[in-house]
Design a protein around this ligand. Structure first.
Ligand code: NAP
Length: 649
């Protein structure tokens, strides 16, 4: 199999952190790069000895973008110690390459440019090649798509082992595409990012499946504005890997899609997916439109046919496929469509063509009127409509989308058991609209059904063949992975210990809210309690909780009193984390917290205080919890294992 070596860069400031980062990254990594310059007191011998994979030792001076502040002699001596300790590889900068004998270790000769991508890449590559290293490494900052494309060109043209990737946000697609264009090594972080735009190695493997042979893979770019929250790369790449389809789907943020579309041929891309805000912008850049693109007036799929780029639209077909799975015929049904934007337009055309009678409801009536005229529909408001006369309710607005999951575009009173309710919003998987519709006995169609089906149609357009199974399942998993798991329960229930173990098992960042509060405030919780009183502390805690919940995909442990106030509980409704109640018997809790420095709220002995607090808090936690686990039954490892199983099932 031909694929790059996958390397996890360990860039931690403490020995213990470095050890944990290595263990976490090891299942995904062929190599571990230890950045000695990140450690205030590096001990290369100990680090190399405990590394579970072959090691690259690296020690970057400040002038090379690293943190090492000692003399050059000291720096080279540290690298020497790493090599003598048995590091398989050593990374030495181009400027110092002639002064360092790597001995038995393989040499990586590297050059970094944090300012930009030099004009004369050829000359730089020639200098790197002339050093005769086992691998030459070139890393340059990308200011835009052109820099990414130039570096990939250099990579593809190299006739010697070269590892290369661009830096910075604009460079992110290049880091992934480097795996396709022959980079000898692909780097991701083991924990803390060592360079701007560096993804974790875990995400390079889980989201992009760079552990596959991609040397002849068809490239598909996802073009759009901010693609941070897109679930499509993970959904598509994992479905491709499952079906052994050699294809790599790579997000490429671009304000101006022109240069990227022009480079599709050079990138050997079969095409591109297009998302907000470029669905209309790309049309004049294409040679032809096909399928539904013309009448929808938007393109979400580009396919390269020789030198020609053809635009298509699968939103309409995907939405109808999702609806037809529940309603084989839409003919004569009365559909209420909320929204008049891009998704609503595709849905309005599809519903009208399928024979539905349509009422369009939109915040801006003018836009609704315009769309209604085009498709022969009526406009109105929910208040004017008789719900009994409605068969189908379709939401094509972003109302209810994360992080405003507590909102709904349709009051629950409007819903009737006879309604079929379709929500185009796919994050969260179950929106408030769908939940309330389900409670009323309606049949529901979640947005992920449309997302997966429009994706299936895209794959048909790009590859002309059968669609890989499991697209929907992978989409669901990708969305679940973005949902924070929040551990609640009494002090002493093991939230921090179990939380840490769970975060390692799930490969997610762990955040302990109490520790975060102390870090932000620069004071301990007992001090904050004393200075601000309980009310002041709870308000501070609520603010920190909100900030934490805005970060997707965490394992989050919160203090026992964090959800005492209704305002704090509103945050749970708004962000919809998966709430896990860690419970334990009162005696177990009392035993665990005896001797803790945390303030008592009542001044009573632990047994009494726990009993009183539990009586008050437990009903609240139970009302919010998706899962309850007894954390007093066994050791924390077993609790974390059981929890992982429950969360994955
Ligand atoms: P868009 O073009 O920006 O249109 C948004 C529509 O929602 C407009 O009609 C807008 O009304 C209305 N709207 C926005 N905020 C509102 C609010 N607070 N209250 C009431 N109405 C509001 O967006 P889009 O591309 O159509 O996307 C709409 C939703 O569909 C998004 O959540 C998107 O993720 C989802 N979507 C899902 C899929 C899928 O495959 N499941 C595919 C495409 C889109 P005004 O006209 O008054 O501004």
């Amino acid at each position: 199999m031909s694929r790059p070596l996958l390397c996890a860069t360990v860039f931690e400031t403490g020995f213990e952190e470095a050890r944990v980062a290595m263990l976490r990254a090891a299942p995904f990594a062929d190599l571990l790069e230890i950045r000695l310059d990140a450690l205030p007191r590096p001990e290369p011998e100990a680090l190399v000895a405990m590394a579970p994979r072959p090691v690259i030792v690296t020690c970057r001076a400040e002038e090379d973008g690293g943190l090492f502040r000692g003399t050059e002699k000291e720096r080279l001596a540290l690298l020497r110690r790493g090599v003598d300790a048995g590091a398989a590889w050593v990374d030495i900068e181009l400027r110092a390459a002639d002064r360092f004998d790597a001995g038995p270790a393989k040499r990586i000769v590297s050059h970094h440019d944090f300012e930009g991508t030099p004009r004369d890449l050829e000359a730089l590559l020639a200098r790197l090649r002339d050093r005769g290293a086992a691998v030459a490494k070139l890393v340059t900052a990308a200011r835009g798509p052109e820099d990414v494309l130039r570096l990939l060109r250099a990579l593809r043209g190299a006739d010697f082992p070269l590892a290369a990737h661009p830096l910075g946000r604009a460079g992110r697609p290049g880091r992934i595409l480097a795996a396709r264009f022959g980079s000898a090594i692909v780097y991701g972080s083991a924990g803390a990012a060592a360079a701007p735009g560096q993804p974790t190695l875990r995400s390079l493997v889980t989201d992009y499946r760079l552990d596959r042979d991609l040397s002849s893979a068809s490239v598909i770019l996802l073009l759009g504005g901010n693609l941070d929250h897109s679930v499509s790369p993970r959904m598509m790449n994992r479905a491709f890997a499952r079906a052994s389809i050699p294809a790599l789907y790579v997000p490429f943020e671009a304000e101006d899609p022109g240069p990227v579309l022009a480079a599709l041929g050079e990138l050997e891309a079969v095409g591109a997916a297009v998302t907000i805000p470029l669905k209309e912008t790309v049309i004049p850049l294409l040679h032809a439109l096909a399928g539904d693109a013309e009448r929808v007036g938007a393109v979400n799929t580009v396919v390269r046919r020789g030198d020609r780029l053809v635009g298509d639209n699968t939103d309409l077909g995907g939405a109808l496929d999702a609806l037809h799975a529940v309603l084989p015929s839409l003919d004569g049904l009365h559909a209420v469509l909320l929204g008049a934007g891009g998704a609503a337009r595709a849905l309005a055309l599809g519903l009208a063509e399928a024979g539905a009678r349509l009422t369009i409801v939109n915040r801006t009536r003018r836009r609704a009127d315009r769309l209604a005229r085009e498709v022969g529909a009526r406009t109105g408001s929910l208040a004017e409509l008789d719900p009994e006369e409605v068969d189908l309710v379709v939401n094509a607005t972003p109302v209810g989308q994360w992080p405003r999951c507590h909102e709904t575009p349709v009051p629950a009173e409007f819903l009737r058991p006879k309604h079929v309710v379709f929500d185009a919003v796919y994050n969260p998987l179950e929106t408030r609209l769908l939940r309330e519709a389900g409670e009323k006995g309606c049949r529901v169609v979640p947005g992920i059904e449309m997302l997966a089906r429009q994706g299936a149609r895209q794959i048909e357009i790009w590859f002309g063949g059968a669609v890989p199974p499991g697209l929907r399942e992978e989409g669901v998993r990708a969305l679940e992975a973005r949902r924070t798991v929040m551990l609640v329960g009494m002090r002493g229930a093991g939230k921090t210990t179990v939380g840490r173990l769970l975060s390692a098992r799930l490969g997610r960042p762990f955040l302990d809210l109490d520790a975060e509060i102390e870090r932000e405030a620069g004071r301990s919780i007992p001090d904050l309690f004393r200075e601000e009183g309980e009310a002041g502390f709870r308000e501070r805690e609520r603010r920190e909780l909100e900030r934490a919940l805005l970060r997707p995909g965490l394992v989050l442990a919160v203090g026992g009193g964090a959800l005492d106030s209704p305002r704090a509980r509103e945050l749970v409704a708004r962000f919809r984390p998966r709430v896990v109640l860690l419970a334990a018997a009162e005696e177990v809790l009392a035993e665990r917290i005896r001797g803790s420095d945390r303030p008592s709220l009542t001044g009573k002995p632990p047994e009494r205080e726990i009993g009183e607090l539990l009586a008050r808090r437990r009903p609240v936690w139970e009302s919010l919890a998706d899962l309850e686990i007894d954390s007093g039954r066994g050791p924390p490892e077993e609790v974390a294992e059981e929890l992982e199983r429950a969360l994955r099932s």
